[in-house]
Design a protein around this ligand. Structure first.
Ligand code: NI
Length: 234
């Protein structure tokens, strides 16, 4: 093939340009992949070498029968624990229902599990209130309450967030207002008309009292049962 010299030179320059361009592109891609790999290695390192946050610990509360319950009473069984308040219109009942359904799935193994509901609203959730509340469920649920300081202690131990929020401007508050008959309220006025924001996780604790895992809202109860089964028969 005969080419004019100046065309030849131009083609050579284009070819060299292409090679340099590809080399730069390749270098950039490699560099990015390298960064990804470094980051992955860092995350892996972190996951392997960072201890799980300490969840759990000492507490003293009162169950729905008026008996004292401490962290010692959790030993020997798995514990499914969720935190909330009995006036909660939907989230708390559904989380308790998740625990109850997980117990159903476990069948005979459910005797190895204690489901527990801890109130973060001790002002309204008295022992009597919890007794009638846990009685609504088919599982042998513990309903735990205490003084504000005792509730604060277990909330800190389990890294549970809770705060009072005034009723009035959201759906939950409306539902609560529908359910609450203030004419019958011993407190009267409007002091007891409030909602609570709170962590909605279910905590799984092992028979040794140590934290195992948590389950977020909308977790399939079968998944909770499976997690427990895997710990029973590793
Ligand atoms: Ni709730």
């Amino acid at each position: 093939m005969l080419l004019e010299p100046h065309i030849k030179r131009r083609l050579t320059r284009i070819a060299i340009g292409c090679v340099i361009g590809l080399a730069v592109a390749y270098g950039v891609v490699r560099y990015d992949m390298g960064k990804d790999e470094t980051r992955r290695a860092e995350m892996r390192d972190y996951a392997l070498n960072t201890p799980a946050p300490e969840i759990g610990g000492a507490f003293a509360l009162t169950n729905q029968s008026g008996q004292t319950v401490t962290e010692q009473n959790l030993l020997g069984k798995f514990a499914l624990i969720t935190f909330g308040f009995t006036f909660c219109p939907d989230v708390c009942p559904s989380r308790i229902q998740d625990m109850v359904l997980a117990m159903d799935v476990l069948g005979a193994d459910s005797t190895k599990v204690q489901p527990i509901f801890v109130t973060i609203d001790p002002a309204r959730d008295t022992v009597a209130q919890l007794k009638s509340y846990v009685g609504l469920y088919s599982a042998p649920l513990w309903g735990l309450t205490g003084t504000a300081a005792q509730v604060d202690q277990i909330a800190k131990a389990y890294k549970v967030y809770y705060a009072r929020s005034e009723a009035g401007d959201d759906d939950e508050a409306e539902k609560l207002a529908d359910r609450t008959d203030h004419a019958d309220s011993a407190v009267g006025g409007g002091d007891d008309d409030y909602m609570m924001d709170h962590t909605t996780l279910i905590y799984l604790m092992g028979p040794d009292g140590k934290f195992v895992t948590t389950f977020k809202e909308n977790t399939d109860p079968a998944e909770i049962a499976t997690a427990i089964r895997q710990k029973i028969q590793p």
